[in-house]
Design a binder for this molecule. Structure first.
Ligand SMILES: [Zn+2]
Length: 138
């Protein structure tokens, strides 16, 4: 099984945390070990982003198109546009994933995928025009 397929499988097995419970409470020890094996240090960084509340799911109305915005460096108030399985607007995505193929995904993509699986992102409704402008500004 290729690393990407294993990652997809591991992430698909994650169930959302019940309301009011800690965000990672549904993860089993085996799931944590599998995720750590697959993502190594990227997992730690993604977990930190989620714990800091840095994952936003933007849903545009009326089209219902969606994209994630994930916190970058909090000191610089950076946020990256992220299509969790395919793209992130950060530099690491282009250097480490696209150019060198050293990683499966960047920390922002993993944070978005984990937050989606655990249902711990912050939902934000925007207009279709606002979403279009966000994508044009990348
Ligand atoms: Zn990224």
């Amino acid at each position: 099984m290729a690393a990407q397929e294993a990652a997809n499988w591991a992430l698909a097995c994650i169930r959302p945390a019940p309301p009011g419970s800690p965000p990672f409470s549904t993860l089993t020890d085996d799931q944590i070990l599998a995720l750590h094996f697959l993502f190594n240090k990227t997992l730690d960084k993604a977990v930190r982003i989620i714990e800091q509340g840095g994952v936003y799911r933007l849903v545009a109305e009326p089209s219902r198109r969606e994209v994630f915005q994930v916190m970058g460096n909090p000191k610089e108030n950076q946020h990256y546009v992220c299509f969790p399985e395919h793209f992130c607007s950060c530099h690491a995505f282009f250097f480490d994933i696209v150019s060198r193929g050293h990683q499966i995904c960047c920390k922002h993509q993993l944070a978005a995928r984990l937050a989606a699986a655990l249902q711990v992102f912050k939902p934000i409704t925007v207009t279709d025009v606002e979403l279009t402008q966000l994508l044009l500004d990348m």
